[in-house]
Design a protein around this ligand. Sequence first.
Ligand code: ADP
Ligand code: MG
Length: 617
Amino acid sequence: MKDVIHLLPDHVANQIAAGEVVQRPASVIKELLENSIDAKATHIQVYIKEAGKVLIKIVDDGVGMSVTDARLSFERHATSKIKLAEDLFSLQTKGFRGEALASIAAISHVELKTRREEDEVGTCIKIEGSEVISQEACVTATGTSISVKNLFYNIPARRNFLKSDTVELRHIIDEFQRVALAHPHISFSLVHNSSELFQLPDTNYRQRITNILGGKTNEKLVPVNEDTEIVKVSGFVGKPEYAKRTRGEQFFFVNDRFIKSPYLNHAVAAAFEGLLKDNSYPSYFLFLKVDPKSIDINIHPTKTEIKFDDEHALYAILRSAIKHSLGQFNVAPVLDFERDPTLDTPYEYEKKQAFTPQVEVDRNFNPFKNEPRDSSFRNDFKRESSTSGWESLYTGLKTENSGSDVDFRQIEFESEEVTGNLFGAHKTEEAQNATFQLNKKFIVTTIKNGMLVIDQHRAHTRILYEDLLKSITVSPAVSQQLLFPTVLQFSQQEIELLKGIKDSLEQTGFIFSEIKSDSVEIIGIPTLIMESEVEILLEQLLSDFENEIPENNFSQTDLLAKSLAKSMAVKSGNLLNTTEQQHIVNGLFACKEPSVTPFNKPVFITLPVEELEKKFM
Ligand code: ADP
Ligand code: MG
């Protein structure tokens, strides 16, 4: 038998390596930006076309390369950044593996132009799929400019795997922002298909954060500074009252490198304990400087996790530094350990009134009450008890009892016989259509064989979801014009998201008069929401879109309808009058799928008479 092992040709090895280093256009941007920073650039411009799928071009004014270096830079394991294994422990640069350019050149068409200050002419190299097409002297500015065209042109599987432009652009913006936040003294710009998304001048950390995240960010920031032997912490946290519903504004940088650390994130959350509303996340922009020796530097090029020597100490330092800042800037009581936590009102209870659910229950269902009920109830009832209302309540009742098909013809509401006995014949209808609210959370009503308990929030979510789907896809909803336009501030990233769903949103009743790079002006909103709710509603919507990237138009519409329905639906804890209760019951059973919410949670349960009877045995 012949020997079978042989070394892979370079271009194959490079392609394989590329699979690890370059996952999507955003990875190219990250690698190239890091190279420019390592080359001590002070101005870095990024141009992309079609979310980087067609072109990524990065121009820097860094040190540039000599003719030989320019050619060598595309070889695998070719780097100017380390020489010895020991150098790994004192790493001051972002790159060190010498893999990025070789990988990128293996899977795209690359053109490099570079010149050092001391050289008269520069070098221009063209490479396609690891193969050098040309190398010649050229006239070019000091620094380096790299164009990467047709990414993955020779790996169709990869290319097809790329997401929509909107999604890929978001990844690019993410990487761009991370690098830009860590280097406020370098000016950056990002231009996509000839529209300028970012233009960030050389500035300080605080201003850079504000420039990236939008106008009002500055007033939300509380500085954090702590200098210890283990770590030097600087940066900002957002004031608790501005906590977001998304984790989008949480950034850790270790030695100017963006990292993710659930553990350190927990330390920040611990510092904010008791200051935040439920489901909100503090913003933070924290820069940690540690001895390069104390971190595991052999990090994977695409990974953002990092290992620290002394994580526990880091945790404690971070937590106390942030606590201290929050206290010092008067956003938290400093002596909070003296407070008795049992005396605190949890946030969610603050706005609620005390209530006694029993009273409501009894009032509507007192079978011994002979007087006619208060007139408003009766009027409500008469208006609502049209046959169509009844029928919808009746026909919609499909998939209860975990899918087992129920014969609807057998479901009837309290018969005249029974109610007649209780209320007297003239009040029959009332009892049939009676609903009452339990615990400000459930709507209870009767069906022939028992009792129906409906979760008010879930039911309303279902109704609104189907309404919204209809208005987005079939017939646009009407909107209410605002007397004065409302202007809302958003980050550039959020604005990009908003642009992507603007058309659908307008179908639901929003009217946007102007979308700027960091704000939107709204002159019309859906009739079902109040002006005061718009901001929180859109914030939640964008946060949902940040967390769950829709892959296609269908899932985009679906996500939009889900998110809006959830925000707009009446909450648990809201008192509903009889008309409102019945509106929900009728609306629910007019739905196509009344038994579950769009999030697949049960909307109502039935309590059959037999079960009630069993309980009395
Ligand atoms: P690494 O960054 O890990 O060293 P790369 O493949 O990214 O590996 O780059 C290889 C080498 O090319 C770098 O070490 C550097 O010397 C040179 N280089 C890359 N980009 C630039 C640039 N923008 N300006 C100057 N030199 C560069
Ligand atoms: Mg590099």
